[in-house]
Structures are given as C-alpha cells and as structure tokens.
Design a protein around this ligand. Sequence first.
Ligand code: HEM
Length: 419
Amino acid sequence: MEAATALDQLDVITAQTYGTIGYPHDAWTRLRRESPVHFMRTPGYKPYWAITKHADIVEVSTQPERFRSAGRFILFPEVNSGATVNLEENPPLRMLVNMDPPDHRDYRKLVSGWFTPRAIARLQSRLEEITAEMFDELAGDGSPRDVEFVREVAAMQPLRMITELLGIPREREQFVLKVTNENFGLEDPDFQREGETPEERLVFIQEAFAYLNELIEERRREPRNDLLTVLAQATIDGQPVPTFELFSLIFLIMVAGHDTTRNSISNGLVALMEHPDQLEKLRRDPSLVETGADEIVRWTTPVNHFARTATEDCELRGRKIRKGDSLALFYASANRDEEVFADPWVFRLDRDPNPHLGFGIGEHFCLGAHLARLDLKVFFRQLAERLVSIEPAGPVELLKASFVGGPKRLPVRLRLRPR
Ligand code: HEM
C-alpha cells in the first residue's frame, strides 16, 4: 500500500498520523532510500522539503546564515496559521529556537553558563533527592499499584527540577504543567479548551506572561539565587533585555525544560517494557544508564522536527532549494539512518558511540541536553534499583502532534521496593 503512494503524498507531518500510528518510520525509511531531500505536498500544509538523512540535517543545522530559524521554525497546519494567528510567520514568542545570529548568540549567552556540564553536575544530589522522594511515595508499602505513568511519574521529576532551577515556587508547578501541555498540544484536542478559536487557544501564553511578569518584578525587588533573578537583571550591550524577548526566553526554558524529558522518560519506559532483555540488563547493572540515556533519546526522539527557511537559492544533495523554501529536519528519521548507525532498529542500552541528533546539532544544539541526560540517568538508575515488577495496565494513548512525540497516557501496574 505504502509503496504505491507517490513520495510527495506520504504523510509524515499531520498530527492525526502521529496520534494514530506514532512516528511514520516506514515512510521515512522509504524517503531515506528513494529521495532523502524531498518536496512534500500535504493537504492543509504549505509545501516543504522533508530532510530525512543524518548528514543533510547536519549540513542544514550548521549553516544558520543560509538556513534561518526565524519564520517557519515548526510546521503547523495552515488552519492554525491562518490570517489572524499566523504561528509560522508571526509567532507569539521570540525565543532562541526562532532567532538567528547574531541576536541568537547574545541571548543564548545570558543563560548558557547555567547549563554547562559542570553547572548541571552540581544539581545531581538534589535531583537524586527529588527522584527518591517520588519513588518512595510510589512504592508505598511495596504492594503493586496502578498508575498513569505519564502524569503521575514521568512528568514529576523534570518539572520539579526545572521549576526549582528557575525559582518558580512549588505551588505553581501545576500551572507550569498546564501551560506546557497547552503549548505542545496545540494540535491535540485533549489539551484545548472547549469551544475555543485559534486566537483563544493562545491565551495560555498571555496567562504565562502575566505570571512571569509578577515573578520578574519580585526578583528585581528581592534578588535570590535562581535563574529568574539572573534573567531579571540581565543586560545585552549594557541595555536591559526587552520584555518580550525576556519572557519568551523564560517561557522556552520553562516548557522545553520538562516536556521533552517527560516524553523521553515515558517512551523510554515503553521501550524497556517492549525489550525485556534490556530491562533485565539494566536491573542487573544500573550503571548502564551512562550510555543508556542517549540510546533512549535516539530511540524515542522526543523532539521530532524543527524547521528552517532557506535565505538564498542553493543545492542540497543535488536538489535545487529556492530562497524562502521550508525544510523540515526529521531528527527521528536521522536517528534510524542506516548509513550512520549499526543496527539502527535495535534498542541497545550499551550503544557507544551514539551520534544521534535527538538534541539537534550546531547553533541551536539543545541548551538543556546535559540536564536532560542527568534527569534520565538519575530516573532510570533509581527505577532499576527499586523495580520489583512493571507491566502494561491499559492501552497507550499517543500525543496528537508532529513536533514533539510520545505517549499521552501510559497506564501501568508498578511495584517498587520501599527504601
Ligand atoms: C530529552 C530531552 C530533550 C530533547 C530531546 C531536546 C531536544 C532539543 C532539540 C532537537 C533542540 C534543537 C532545536 C533546533 O535545532 O532548532 C533543542 C533546543 C533547545 N532545548 Fe532541548 N531538548 C530536551 C531537553 C531540554 C531541557 C531539559 C531544556 C532545559 C533548559 C531544553 C532547552 C532547550 C532550549 C532552550 C533550546 C533552544 C536552543 C537554541 O535555540 O539555541 N531542552 N532541544
């Protein structure tokens, strides 16, 4: 059936597809083999080039002057980017992910010191504490419990870590979670409010800005030892950072800082349940998380795509790209590239080297990669140490979105050893 479909008709972008079959690996495999740089025409979307090979994503991502991030930085359906709410051409936020050099470098410098390997290593003991407390609660007296893993488990540890790092009080964690769900679930009816129009759907950004405004004002009056204080006092070329860009930066860290990690934890668990040999290996040797964290990111690729816009006519793998064309970088496809990975379809916690593109590459390489890796290592090490048994307890429901991916609901029966 698939082979009969013309390549440009393959659906590798609609939220519906991702919500139903998950990542469209069969279609990507065909594209990688037959036409790795392919011009796609999907009803409801402006045409775009699907970039499915590892080498081409590296080439595009490392030339930010030729392929800009400003503009169409994620592919949304046209219904979401209509006349009044044009998410692609007129985004409601100006964040690192849709900025270009030289501004991008100035803004990234404001926060990069907080996310270096050394800075992140200092968070390890706190992260271990947060995770152990969460597992204590889940373990109870050691009897099996039915839990909805995404909401009750995977979301909690990364959310608490990023809110603590920023300095957002614990009682507002649920607000942050709601904003994040609405942001990443823009196309998923489960995360929308009843009867709302596309304009109304963006109301969560105003709500988040109003709250961030309170926090920034508070930090300017009473500085503390947190990232919000650093940002409240930040300057670029001696000038205070403009409010819109400042809020956009905080918003990005707030939402990117835990949604993706939550999805990699949930999907990592699915992978381990589907590969009991790997789970068993991990239980016998929890230090496998050292390489396993990256294999989970490769295998699950929680950020499926970002997009770029060509700033000039150019060629990529012999295809003529025109100025203004959009290119979708499908990281999840690159992470199965047969030319780069030996046995790409094998989930192997000891894979090393593992040059996956789950965190992107180049100018926009994930700011939070070291934090995400540490989150995953601490989480799966403690899980391996305390796990008595785990099994599915109902159907998995997938997020309806093609930008980020993972389970939305993952019911499991879990039994953990009390401490
Ligand atoms: C497993 C978890 C994560 C994955 C898979 C992931 C993935 C990515 C990817 C693919 C990009 C590249 C964007 C591009 O090339 O346009 C990116 C950028 C970014 N990520 Fe992550 N991320 C994760 C966790 C985090 C965390 C914990 C933070 C917390 C601060 C974070 C913050 C950011 C930021 C701020 C950027 C923008 C960087 C820039 O444009 O310079 N991410 N991430």
